[in-house]
Design a protein around this ligand. Structure first.
Ligand code: UDP
Length: 251
C-alpha cells in the first residue's frame, strides 16, 4: 500500500470493499475472503479466496485489455488490493452462457451442459432487495437505465469478453460454462468492464476430469457443499498464470 493513499470506505459488498483514494478518479478495491450464495443466505469465510480472486481478476483484465476490451483495471498492490478507474456503475448484471447451468436449468426445460450457440445473454437488474430479477426489453426500457445505443454496446462488450475468456480458458483446458460481468461508464462516457472476473463469477469445468462434481472449479463448490473451494480457485489461478503475463503492480 505505497503507491496510493487510502481514503474512506465507499462501499462494502459481499466479496469486496471499495475505498476512495487521494486521487478522485482512482479507487482501491480490497478482495475479502467472505463467500456468500443464495442472496447471502449462505455465508462463510474461506482463507485465501480474496488473494486468489484478486490475482485471477488482474490476469484476466490484463488479458482482455490486450484483446481490445476496455476495463477499469489499473494494477494490483499487495496480495488482495486492486486499483481501478472510478466508473458510474450500471446496475445491471450481464450473464453470458455458453453451456446451460444454474438458474437457466432451474427455470427452463434445458438440460445441464446443453451447448448454447450463439451464447445466451441474460440481463438482470442488480438489486438484492428485489432478488436481482431477469430483465426483458420492455422492463429495460421502463427503467431507462440504458439508451438503445448503449444496449447494443453492452451486448457487444459482453460477447467480446466471452471471446477473450474462451480463448484463455480453452488454452488451459477449462470449459467456460457461463459468467457474470458488471459494466460502468467512465467520466469520458466510455463503457468499461468493471467489478471482477473470477471463479466467484464464472462457472468453470475442468476438461481433464470426467466426474460431474470433481470437474467443478468455481463457486458451485461452495453453493453445493462440495468442499475444496479455495483449492479449486488455486487450480484456476495456476493454469491462468501459465499462459498470462505477470499482473502489473500499480504505481
Ligand atoms: N453470478 C454471479 N453473481 C450473481 C449471479 C450469478 O456472479 O449474483 C454468476 C454465476 O456464478 C454464474 C453465472 O453468473 O457463473 C450465471 O448464474 P445463474 O444465473 O445460473 O445463477 P445461479 O445458478 O448462480 O443462481
Amino acid at each position: 500500500m505505497t503507491a496510493f493513499s487510502l481514503g474512506p470506505l465507499l462501499y462494502e459488498g459481499k466479496a469486496k470493499r471499495v475505498f476512495a483514494t487521494a486521487t478522485p478518479e482512482l479507487l482501491a478495491v480490497e478482495f475479502k475472503d467472505d463467500a456468500t450464495a443464495f442472496n447471502a443466505e449462505k455465508k462463510a469465510s474461506l482463507a485465501g479466496k480474496g488473494a486468489c480472486n484478486c490475482r485471477i481478476s488482474a490476469l484476466i483484465f490484463t488479458w482482455l485489455q490486450a484483446r481490445g476490451v476496455p476495463t477499469h483495471y489499473l494494477g494490483v498492490s499487495g496480495e488482495r488490493w486492486m486499483l481501478v478507474r472510478s466508473v458510474q456503475v450500471v446496475p445491471i448484471e450481464v450473464v453470458v452462457r455458453n453451456l446451460a447451468a444454474g438458474s437457466l436449468c432451474r427455470q427452463l426445460p434445458i438440460a445441464l451442459g446443453t451447448r448454447l450457440d450463439p451464447p445466451l445473454i441474460d440481463l438482470y437488474y442488480k438489486d438484492d432487495a428485489y432478488g436481482d430479477p431477469l430483465l426483458n426489453e420492455a422492463r429495460l426500457e421502463w427503467l431507462a437505465l440504458l439508451s438503445a445505443e448503449q444496449r447494443g454496446q453492452v451486448a457487444e462488450l459482453a460477447l467480446a469478453v466471452n471471446r477473450g475468456l474462451r480463448e484463455l480458458f480453452d488454452a488451459v483446458d477449462l470449459e467456460l460454462v457461463d459468467f457474470k460481468i458488471e459494466l460502468g461508464f467512465a467520466a469520458d462516457g466510455q463503457l468499461l468492464l468493471a467489478d471482477e472476473i473470477s471463479p466467484d463469477t464464472c462457472r468453470l469445468w475442468d476438461r481433464r476430469v470426467g466426474d460431474c462434481d470433481a470437474r467443478i472449479l468455481d463457486k458451485d463448490r461452495f453453493r453445493q457443499d462440495l468442499g475444496g473451494v479455495v483449492e479449486a480457485y488455486g487450480e484456476v489461478l495456476k493454469r491462468v498464470q501459465g499462459v498470462c503475463p505477470e499482473a502489473q503492480v500499480y504505481g
